[in-house]
Ligand binder design. Structure first.
Ligand code: WT7
Length: 650
């Protein structure tokens, strides 16, 4: 790690930041080290409006099924809405812009009425009760946030499914959660055109979804959609009749707040289950620490509500902190690569949080585009989802941030609920590409499987060695998989600890550098996909005998899908282009266009060990065009490697 520049926080930022120096950072870290439960006790008491106080901070008697704030009662929507009505009723809670340019501003008081009306509708019309599961399959419109909060108001468990997932993927998630209601929209706008969501729901519900009683449809673009009488309901009609007051359900700290499905290295997606109190505490605290959110700030996170970033850092975190959160419907390059910069200028955005893949795209498509706008309102920039390369970092820092905004490179996961490793904008000297240090209270460490801390420049397992309030509670319907996936790899002091799936290294200054996944999970444009899922989809093509998928470095997407496919017959090699198209069609059908293969190589066989395990390392090297360094003589058929290389190179 040579020649990496370091940027200290400016005096200007330090002056206003909550945590103003590394000394202050270290003293918080010390506080948590000395009295772990006392640290969380102090913060939970300071930050949360409890309906009834908890009696115990942490219950670790049934590890790794940790419980936090035992016996406490609260409602997350009280934390996010009601408690702000005293001081902030006329403050913008959500500022929304549609892709065509339409605008909406929803104040905290309006948000209160919207959410309460929606909650009443769920309760009265659809009989949704505490603990019922509701699937939300929505575009980026304010009603997506209202729907999530309405569920939270009445104690229903929401499961948001990203709008880019296919009908099959949506169905899997509906079935696994046994959802009673699906909330969707007719469609929305993307790349200047309307697209439809409701027809995808119709296909999903065409089989195996007996649990679903009703579909609630929000009108966004008024496109023609088909209607199933008795099952489908028109939100815009029904909502008018509901009262704007709905008593918040009294929830236990540990009642589930939501499920969010994410990919693992094997099999089907897992329903990550989050809690009420621990989750909302950390969502709010990280808004304060990492984004240093202030009363007058306009904060913008460009994620989609279908991902954890959208949950924690568009909806729950900003609203719990009483902030103004921006929401945008469309793509960053419509009508041109200046769209986001124009919006930052127009709304005077102070914190801007996005993903490396978007930064690389906008860099490539409009290097000088930011100069056309006045971006001086920006104070803090953020990035999340994958490691950011120095080139993209420097452009973001200089061209977007004008060289004066710290970049918070936040490392975390669906399972962690909120940021785990990140700079603090007023304290941490930053190095381009490093997520720097764990946040106070988070014991993230790079270790070996026995818990020994790695020396600088040695790659190890990125683990979190103490439980934390916003951690995953279990995998829905599959507690064994929860234990195995996260607590089955590494131990410390003889006790299983949480392993993230990522590898990482410390540099000489103790900075953490994420090296990427150590399992068979790939990261396409910040979207997490299991190679096993994509392989299963490809396997549905009638002519495919077997296949293996690997990630290949990609200039903009970070990684792209490279598929090695063995056919049952050879007659088709002649129609390679057509076959590649068909393979991408099955992927799109089973998962969604986000998982499409950029490259498909039709090969005579796969490199396997004698016990039948596919050697993905060899395939990764071939996909990258690298020399094969490993010994291939132990393969079942060593000659296959040469044959594959020839096919890929031509
Ligand atoms: C995986 C989690 C958490 C929000 C978005 C993705 C990778 C995430 C960073 C970062 C390097 C990162 C990791 C992680 N990742 N943030 N700042 N630097 N890598 O959530 O879909 O649960 O994916 O994204 O590999 O394990 P997710």
């Amino acid at each position: 790690m040579e020649n990496i520049p370091i940027f200290d926080p400016s005096e200007e930022i330090k002056k206003v930041a909550r945590i103003k120096s590394m000394d202050e950072y270290w003293s918080l870290v010390e506080e948590a080290k000395k009295d772990y439960e006392g640290f969380w006790d102090r913060l939970a008491k300071e930050k949360i409006d409890w309906i009834k106080p908890y009696s115990k901070v942490l219950d670790d008697s049934n590890a790794p099924f940790y419980k936090w704030f035992i016996g406490g009662k609260l409602n997350v929507t009280v934390q996010c809405i009601d408690r702000h009505l005293q001081k902030r009723k006329n403050k913008a809670a959500i500022i929304w812009e549609g892709e065509p340019g339409d605008k909406r501003v929803i104040t905290y008081l309006e948000l209160y009425y919207e959410v309460n009306r929606f909650a009443n509708l769920l309760k009265n019309r659809f009989g949704i009760k505490k603990g019922d599961r509701v699937v939300i399959y929505m575009p980026m419109i304010p009603e997506a946030a209202f729907a999530m909060l309405a569920c939270a108001r009445i104690g229903a468990i929401h499961s948001v499914v990203f709008g880019g997932f296919s009908a099959e993927a949506l169905r899997d998630r509906i079935v696994d959660a046994q959802a009673k209601l699906v909330i969707t929209a007719d469609g929305a706008y993307r790349r200047g055109k309307p697209y439809l969501l409701k027809p995808v729901v119709d296909v999903a519900l065409s089989k195996d979804c007996e649990s679903v009683e009703s579909v609630l449809v929000i009108r966004r673009n008024n496109e023609d959609i088909s209607w199933h009488e008795g099952r489908d309901y028109d939100y815009n009609e029904l909502i008018k009749n509901e009262s704007g007051h709905c008593e918040p359900e009294i929830m236990d700290s540990e009642d589930p707040l939501f499920l969010l499905y994410t990919s693992g290295s094997t099999g089907k997606p897992k329903g990550v289950q989050h809690s009420q109190a621990g989750y909302i505490l950390w969502a709010q605290l990280t808004m304060e620490w990492v984004f240093d959110i202030k009363e007058e700030d306009t904060y913008w996170c460009t994620a989609d509500v279908g991902w954890i970033t959208g949950h924690t850092y568009i909806v729950y975190g900003p609203l719990a902190a009483g902030a103004t959160t921006m929401m945008y419907e469309g793509v960053p390059v419509y009508p041109d690569a200046g769209r986001w910069w124009r919006m930052i200028d127009e709304y005077k955005v102070n914190q801007f949080y996005t993903a490396p893949t978007a930064i690389r795209l906008l860099h490539k498509m409009g290097e000088d585009e930011p100069e056309k706008y006045d971006l001086r309102s920006l104070r803090i920039l953020g990035t999340v989802g994958e490691p950011i390369n120095p080139d993209a970092w420097m452009w973001y820092f200089n061209k977007v941030g004008g060289g004066k905004c710290p970049i918070v490179d936040t490392w975390w996961q669906t399972e962690t609920g909120g940021h785990m490793i990140s700079p603090l904008p007023g304290a941490t000297p930053i190095k381009p590409g490093s997520a720097t240090f764990p946040l106070p209270g988070i014991f993230a460490e790079i270790i070996d499987t026995e818990g020994n801390k790695k020396e600088p420049n040695e790659k190890g397992y990125l683990c979190i060695t103490k439980p934390w309030p916003s951690m995953i509670r279990t995998i829905w319907n599959d507690p064994d998989r929860f234990v195995k996936s996260y607590f089955g790899t590494c131990k410390k002091d003889g006790k299983p600890v949480y392993f993230s799936g990522d590898g990482a290294i410390y540099d000489e200054d103790g900075y953490i550098w994420i090296t990427g996944r150590m399992d068979d999970v790939i990261n396409i444009s910040g979207h997490r996909l299991g190679t096993a899922e994509i392989e299963a989809a490809i396997g549905h093509h009638p002519r495919v005998a077997e296949c293996a998928v690997v990630g290949k470095p990609h200039e903009i997407k970070g990684e792209s899908v490279f598929a090695f496919v063995v056919l049952k017959d050879d007659e088709g090699i002649a129609d390679e282009v057509e076959l590649t198209k068909e393979i991408n069609e099955v992927i799109t059908k089973d998962i969604g266009p986000l998982a499409k293969a950029d490259e498909v190589a039709f090969v005579p066989g796969l490199p396997k060990t004698r016990s039948g395990k596919i050697m993905r390392r060899i395939l990764r090297a071939i996909a990258k065009g690298e020399e094969i360094k490993q010994d291939t003589s132990t393969l079942e058929d060593p000659s296959v490697v040469e044959k594959i290389i020839q096919i890929v190179q031509k």
